[in-house]
Design a protein around this ligand. Sequence first.
Ligand SMILES: *Cc1c(COP(=O)(O)O)cnc(C)c1O
Length: 230
Amino acid sequence: MTTAEESIAARLQGVQQRIRQYCQEAGRDPTSVHLLAVSKTKPLSAVQAAYAAGQRDFGESYVQEALSKIHAFHPQDLVWHFIGPIQANKTRAIAEHFAWVHSVDRVKIAERLSAQRPDALPPLNVCVQVNVDDEPTKSGVSLTELPALMQAVNQLPRLRLRGLMAVPAMRTELSLQRQPFAQLRVALQSLQRQAMALDTLSMGMSGDLEAAIIEGTTWVRLGSAIFGAR
Ligand SMILES: *Cc1c(COP(=O)(O)O)cnc(C)c1O
């Protein structure tokens, strides 16, 4: 192994250890929190090093960059997740090459993904992205508009609507970091009461992992904690 590969393997072990520890402190089953390795801007060799160390789920934010990695490296059990902003002219590539999309925030994009999902593949797993802090520069639907969008996306035949995703504004204190994640959890619970079969909260990054685990995340999306600073 090269030094770069060794450090990716070591950091991966470190974050898995942190996830287990936070789960234990929160009284959660550690197998209920899945690790998405966010490899955006990192070379294919970094994906391959994490894969060799046992990581199977990878997140990408830019379609062209993702496609070049996917075409170059496609073991059967590697699962690609799209987590970036989605332009309408990129939906076909996403529908054809990814298993999950965490960042759906308008019905037009969801309709295109459903129409373009190849019949030979299982339905595309989808989360709707929520702009929990109502930040003008950020993607995501508002909490007010969320229920209507969820109802619409839930009707689409080639999508499997799984839950909610958010990227809250930066906060440094644990108690403050928990607030937007708690809002997302409450929103998911409310939708579940409306008979939607949802099981996913995609929330928590390198800087707010513990808060997300306390508030019930099921997918933590970690980039720099695994691959180093971008
Ligand atoms: C880049 C990115 C991440 C990972 O961020 P880190 O701070 O490097 O852990 C997670 N989620 C989304 C949506 C991202 O764009």
